[in-house]
Design a protein around this ligand. Structure first.
Ligand SMILES: *[C@@H]1O[C@H](CO)[C@@H](O)[C@H](O)[C@H]1NC(C)=O
Ligand SMILES: *[C@@H]1O[C@H](CO)[C@@H](O)[C@H](O)[C@H]1NC(C)=O
Ligand SMILES: *[C@@H]1O[C@H](CO)[C@@H](O)[C@H](O)[C@H]1NC(C)=O
Ligand SMILES: *[C@@H]1O[C@H](CO)[C@@H](O)[C@H](O)[C@H]1NC(C)=O
Ligand SMILES: *[C@@H]1O[C@H](CO)[C@@H](O)[C@H](O)[C@H]1NC(C)=O
Ligand SMILES: *[C@@H]1O[C@H](CO)[C@@H](O)[C@H](O)[C@H]1NC(C)=O
Ligand SMILES: *[C@@H]1O[C@H](CO)[C@@H](O)[C@H](O)[C@H]1NC(C)=O
Ligand SMILES: [Ca+2]
Length: 531
């Protein structure tokens, strides 16, 4: 027995720990001081406030106005004790009153306290009640919404939500003991939802069938099971969920609301038909409404506080407003954007339009986990359009969001190796070329569709024996000489030769030596001695 108990304790400790882990550790800081070569600077991240028990901040309204029991005082009984109708609801006696605020009190004493309605004495007119929960603030639900019913759960009800502080409403989930009969909808289980239909509004019979009023008191809106579609059954892969939140249209909004409304349409019946002879056992009673959620701050705040009667994000990243949905005064020039869960794990604040105004489209690349700008304009490129395209360099005196930030390298096609240049606009030159754009030639070279090594010139590579240098490329030799520098006498057999062969051979060698030294620069000191 002792073993069983400790296992149970361990198991609950584990569940508790897992709940904590789920809610902590991710996207909880907005910025941090990091050291760089230029000294410490702020780095900014996507951030969101911790989840809170939102029942502490909700405004409850019930309608119709005379639905709460006790005015005038009345008797009621229960489904499990239908003939002992001696319990009393009396609004004027604190111990016997069941006002709406008992749905959100904290029950420290261990005593269950609950709101209770009048009984169904007007049957067959339906017993209808609306409970509206308002926060005057966008919230993002982080855990199951749990509504605890005393004396049995309703056989028909609808949970609705509003995203605009009650101006418009939409159904969130339908609940009935027979979905077809009540709503003409097939009964579904949240477990059956897949990635493709996780935001589908379903009707469930799971919380409406009679199992005894003590056994199952809770009606749930299943948030964790929906998260699990992406994060796995133990919600360990939250990164995947956050990634989907970013990329899947409507997913974040599905978990967002400013108000909730419970429309109670038919009370618990005890598993049978309505018994007209004892209507005092039909009513609604709710002891608790648990809503674990965080303030929606568009990933621009790590804290949310209750000020001036409503929750407000403590905005960072130069944003402001209740949901950090605007730029702070003085930051209007940069258009506002929500932060992004991506790239994981820190996300990005998107403080500046992250493409520096060179693109207005971003896309998420799944397999390398980055958000990147699409179709950067103004000759920019890169994840944030923060670099210059190939063949352009950064204008050092222009801001990154300037249209003129990238200047064309303009490298001379013939003089340079490629179109790229360095940060100051210098191109990489081919052999012999020089200048910022490689449009000039080094000494010893001359421009001829690029810089070409001189064959002859007026300084070192002189044409010999009276030859003349033609455009540095060719010695035009007198009739009886040949060779690159006209250094070889033209011998027609043995006849024409007058015994000067040895010296001309020597001159030919010298010419070759000079050319080699021009090219390498290493033998330069040899040449002038013979010049
Ligand atoms: C509950 O709210 C719905 C939607 O606004 C409304 O049509 C209905 O009359 C309300 N019911 C009660 C009992 O107030
Ligand atoms: C709701 O919140 C807004 C923004 O903080 C505030 O201006 C307004 O007065 C609040 N309304 C109510 C009814 O509290
Ligand atoms: C959701 O999709 C799955 C399969 O992708 C299907 O089995 C299930 O019935 C769908 N649920 C609803 C409510 O449409
Ligand atoms: C907010 O503005 C201040 C002052 O101009 C600036 O130093 C800071 O970097 C901005 N914060 C972000 C996240 O851009
Ligand atoms: C560099 O940027 C400055 C500031 O925008 C601009 O005045 C200048 O003309 C730009 N230089 C070039 C070469 O485009
Ligand atoms: C660019 O290249 C030129 C020439 O090689 C050099 O003088 C300059 O320092 C280089 N600039 C940078 C930023 O590397
Ligand atoms: C030998 O060559 C020189 C010039 O290179 C010339 O002046 C001389 O007449 C030539 N002698 C003979 C025998 O051909
Ligand atoms: Ca209570």
């Amino acid at each position: 027995m002792a073993v069983v108990v400790s296992c149970a304790v361990l198991f609950h400790a584990f569940l508790f720990l897992q709940r904590i882990l789920l809610t902590l550790g991710q996207y909880d800081i907005c910025k941090s001081l990091v050291s760089t070569d230029d000294g410490p600077t702020w780095e900014y991240y996507a951030c969101q406030p911790r989840p809170m028990a939102m029942k502490d901040f909700m405004q409850i309204r019930v309608s119709p106005s005379d639905i709460t029991c006790g005015n005038p005082p009345q008797l009621f009984c229960t489904l499990e004790n239908p003939y002992l109708c001696s319990d009393e609801c009396d609004a004027s006696t604190p111990d016997l009153a069941h006002p709406p605020q008992l749905m959100q009190d904290s029950e420290h004493s261990g005593l269950i306290t609950y709101w209770q309605t009048v009984t169904w004495s007007r049957y067959p007119e339906p017993l209808l009640a609306n409970i509206t929960l308002s926060w005057n603030k966008s919230l993002e639900v982080t855990d199951d919404i749990e509504i605890t019913f005393e004396y049995g759960r309703p056989t028909i009800m609808v949970l609705e939500k509003s995203l605009d502080k009650g101006r418009s409403w939409q159904p969130y989930q339908f609940y009935a003991d027979d979905c077809m009969e009540a709503f003409e909808m097939p009964a579904k289980w949240v477990q059956d939802l897949s990635a493709a239909n996780v935001t589908r509004v379903i009707c469930t019979e799971r919380y409406s069938r009679w199992v005894g009023s003590k056994n199952e008191k809770v009606v749930r809106f299943e948030v964790r099971e929906r998260f699990a579609v992406f994060a796995g059954p133990k919600l360990l892969n939250m990164d995947n969920l956050y990634t989907r939140m970013e990329s899947m249209k409507g997913l974040r909004d599905f978990f967002t609301f400013t108000d909730l409304r419970l429309r109670l349409l038919r009370p618990a019946l005890g598993g049978t038909y309505v018994q007209r002879d004892n209507l005092l056992k039909y009513f609604y009673a709710i002891s608790n409404i648990e809503v674990l959620a965080r303030c929606k701050c568009n990933l621009h705040a790590g804290q949310c506080t209750f000020r001036d009667g409503s929750l407000q994000c403590d905005c960072e990243h130069n944003t402001t407003g209740q949901d950090c949905a605007r730029c702070e005064r003085g930051f209007k020039a940069k258009s506002w954007k929500p932060g992004s869960f991506l790239p994981t794990p820190t996300g990005s604040p998107n403080t500046y339009c992250e493409c520096y105004g060179h693109s207005n489209r971003c896309s998420y690349i799944d397999f390398i986990n980055i958000v990147t700008c699409v179709s950067c304009k103004h000759n920019t490129r890169g994840q944030n359009c923060q670099h210059c395209r190939l063949g352009y360099f950064r204008n050092a005196s222009a801001e990154l969001d300037d249209e003129n930030v990238c200047i064309e390298c303009n490298c001379n096609q013939l003089g340079s190796l490629h179109a790229r240049c360095n940060e100051t606009g210098f191109c990489q030159c081919r052999e012999g070329a020089t200048g910022q754009k490689c449009e000039d030639c080094q000494p010893g070279y001359n421009w001829k569709q690029g810089c070409v090594l001189n064959v002859c010139d007026d300084e070192l590579l002189l044409c010999e024996n009276g030859g003349t240098c033609l455009q540095n490329q060719k010695c035009v030799c007198p009739p009886n000489f040949k060779g690159v520098l006209c250094e070889e006498a033209l011998c027609e057999g043995e006849v024409g030769c007058n015994g000067t062969n040895p010296p001309t051979q020597c001159a030919g060698l010298l010419g070759q030596l000079r050319r080699v030294s021009r090219a390498t620069g290493s033998l330069r000191s040899l040449s002038p001695s013979h010049g």
